[in-house]
Design a protein around this ligand. Sequence first.
Ligand code: PEP
Ligand code: MN
Length: 352
Amino acid sequence: MELQSILLPGVDPKRPLIISGPCSAETEEQVMTTAKALSNIGVKIFRAGVWKPRTKPGGFEGVGTEALTWLKRVKSELGMYTAVEVANAKHVREALANDVDILWIGARTTANPFSVQEIADALKETDIPVLIKNPVNPDLDLWIGAIERIYNAGIRRIGAIHRGFSSSDKKVYRNLPQWHIPIELHRQLPTLPIICDPSHIGGKRELIASISQQAMDLNFDGLIIESHCTPDKAWSDASQQITPEVLQLILDTLVIRDTNQTTENLTVLRRQIDLLDNDLLELLAKRMRVSQEIGTYKKEHNMPILQAQRYDEILKNRINQAEKMGMSGDFMKTVLMAIHEESVRQQMMIMK
Ligand code: PEP
Ligand code: MN
């Protein structure tokens, strides 16, 4: 892909590129108050959802076209660039007719190739920058497919937004980051800028600072962060929005490590190891929880803890699988035996 590296003229090329604004444009006053405060802290690109894809009907579905005239005021009075989400050809036409500067495709839309193609067709003959959020499901090819559809329409200023992936596991994150997916996207499309959306990954404002820092440590190019003049009163995504003042605090405390290429690569790789180890630990803990449930079942049904045949099968299958994946069978045996030992210990506690 031959992409243009500068998304917008006049925006500082230094990391991180910052896009901020409310989840949704609600009223002219909310838009102008938020935008003014953001402009005062140096934010150049203002985001606002005008058409909102809601999971269930009855949620706030956005103000619609009327809000585009408020965004025009943000441009003319504050000199900011404006960005909105588009989900179909009509949205594209209306956004373009109202001089919106950047379009983004939402996660639910990216997941649907028909919708992405409709948007791509509406974009032919234009050269507006387009940001493409990852699809809700963790499918890298679907994400790349959407990027290719937009590229094939002739758009050359393209960016990706990593907003995490839907999961039933909502203990910490609203959408699991699965950092290896955007990292693999970068490996396959090294010239594509990637922007992290800590607001939708975290789902709560307390997580925004740490997710933003992780994204910077992984060399992401920018951040898109939801902000609102009165976050608690927001009509959508209230719990994850922050005031422009808090945004400034978060941006001021971000550590941007700009070292030379080799140590930078090493830092990124080490961060990847840290994240993968974290995934491993979470997976192990999950496996132990299931094992405990099995323990409870065995207790209720008067079964012994050790089921030798089952354990044998597990060992054989996993060792085989590990060897196919390029790891030594002995290594896998050691790992499995250690896991099994801890599982048995946990089941014994339940039996007691
Ligand atoms: C949004 O940016 O407000 C939004 C709806 O995000 P996503 O498409 O990532 O859910
Ligand atoms: Mn939102």
